[in-house]
Write a new protein. Structure first.
Length: 215
C-alpha cells in the first residue's frame, strides 16, 4: 500500500494527490499546526530521494518529543516496499521542539534512521480533535469476591490425636494389663533343659512363651 491512501483511511482527511501536496491542499479546509495529536497526519517535506513527500498518521503521543506513527511504504520489510507499519517511533530532533525535523524508525536497522527528515507540520481531521489521554475511561471494576470455602469442623478425636501434651511432666509408664500382672506375680519356676545343653536357668513365663513362639 502507498502512504497516501493509508493515511487517508486512518485519519478520515479527504485529501487526494501526492503526499507533498497535502500541506497546501489542507489550507482553508483543515486545521494545521505544529503540535502532534492522535489521528493527525504528519506531512513530510520532499527531501533527498523522497521526492514525492510522505504522510503518516499519529497513533500515540508519548511526550513533547516522541510520537508513534502508523504509515505505509516507508521501510522495506523482507526486501519488499509498500509495507504497513504500526506504532513505530518518530522523534522530534528540531532545535526549537517545533516538529520541523524528525527521525523515524527504520525497520532494516531496527532503530531510528539517521536522517533528519523535514516536516511541514500536522494536519488535523475529525479524528484528531481528542487526544487518547482525554477520553474518559470507564472505572475499573474489581473482580467479585468469592466466598471462602466452608471448612468442616474437625472431630474431637482428630484434634486429640494431634494435641500437644497438657503438661511437661515426665512420661510415666503405662500400667500393664491385668493378665500380664498376674503372670508376673506367679512364682518363678525353673525349667530343666534336656541333657547335653547348658545348665538350666530360671526364666520368666512370658519370656518362655516368646521363646516357644520364636522356635
Amino acid at each position: 500500500m502507498q502512504c497516501v491512501p493509508y493515511a487517508r483511511q486512518l485519519s478520515g482527511i479527504g485529501i487526494y494527490g501526492d503526499a507533498h501536496t497535502w500541506w497546501d491542499q489542507a489550507a482553508g479546509k483543515y486545521a494545521r499546526g505544529s503540535t502532534p495529536k492522535v489521528g493527525a497526519v504528519m506531512a513530510f517535506v520532499p527531501h533527498r530521494n523522497m521526492r514525492l513527500g510522505h504522510v503518516a498518521a499519529v497513533s500515540k503521543v508519548i511526550d513533547s518529543r516522541t510520537v508513534l506513527l502508523d504509515h505505509a511504504n516507508w521501510s522495506p520489510i523482507n526486501g519488499r516496499r509498500g509495507q504497513i507499519e504500526r506504532d513505530v517511533k518518530a522523534v522530534d530532533v528540531s532545535p526549537g521542539n517545533d516538529w520541523s525535523e524528525v527521525r523515524v524508525w527504520y525497520d532494516p536497522i531496527e532503530g531510528l534512521g539517521k536522517t533528519a527528515w523535514p516536516v511541514h507540520g500536522f494536519i488535523y481531521g475529525e479524528r484528531s480533535r481528542i487526544e487518547r489521554s482525554q477520553i474518559a475511561l470507564s472505572p475499573v471494576r474489581a473482580a467479585p469476591v468469592r466466598p471462602a470455602a466452608v471448612r468442616q469442623k474437625s472431630s474431637p478425636e482428630f484434634l486429640q490425636a494431634f494435641a500437644a501434651p497438657a503438661t511437661t511432666s515426665p512420661l510415666r509408664p503405662r500400667p500393664l494389663p491385668a493378665t500380664v500382672q498376674r503372670t508376673r506375680a506367679e512364682p518363678v519356676r525353673s525349667v530343666t533343659r534336656p541333657a547335653g545343653r547348658t545348665a538350666s536357668r530360671s526364666i520368666d513365663p512370658l519370656e518362655a512363651a516368646v521363646l516357644r513362639y520364636d522356635n
